[in-house]
Design a protein around this ligand. Structure first.
Ligand code: RB5
Length: 148
């Protein structure tokens, strides 16, 4: 893992709360600081309430990168990607995380908490945090992503 990614912005809804806790512990054990934007329990809640503050922290540069999760990963992805400076990528396998970094310079990893094994999720996190952006032709493409 790169060590210039701290603090990693973390956020989830109730469906992602358990996985978020696992990831938080994993990052801590690897010496990576996190900023946890919640939620802080398994009580039912609304993912945009946590996704918007986390997105603002990544957009502002306060957090270089983010990791987010909800049940499917879709609602929280949709919310994060409303922010012009966010490129949130929904990944359920390490290869997707690798390509999301190499080709899309994704700055938020999104996980479908109810559909992946935690061991796979940690493997995806490792891959996301250790894969650099390739640049080149992909730079031109990501520059065209923001809506005018
Ligand atoms: C919560 O039940 C669920 O709808 C949410 O976690 C997410 O999957 C929405 O996209």
């Amino acid at each position: 893992m790169e060590n210039n990614l701290s603090p990693v912005a973390l956020c989830s809804d109730h469906a992602g709360y358990e996985l978020k806790s696992i990831i938080e512990g994993y990052l801590a054990s690897n010496g990576i600081a996190v900023k946890d934007f919640g939620t802080n329990s398994a009580d039912s809640c609304d993912y945009p309430d946590f996704a918007h503050p986390a997105a603002l922290a990544v957009e502002s540069g306060e957090c270089p990168i983010g990791i987010a999760m909800c049940g499917t990963g879709n609602g929280i992805s949709m919310t994060l990607n409303k922010h012009q400076g966010i490129r949130a990528a929904l990944c359920w396998a390490p290869e997707l995380a690798k390509l999301a970094r190499e080709h899309n310079n994704a700055n938020v990893l999104v996980l479908p908490a109810r559909f992946i094994d935690p061991v796979v999720a940690l493997n995806i996190v490792d891959t996301f945090l250790s894969t650099p952006f390739e640049g080149g032709r992909h730079e031109r493409r990501i520059e065209k992503i923001p809506a005018k």
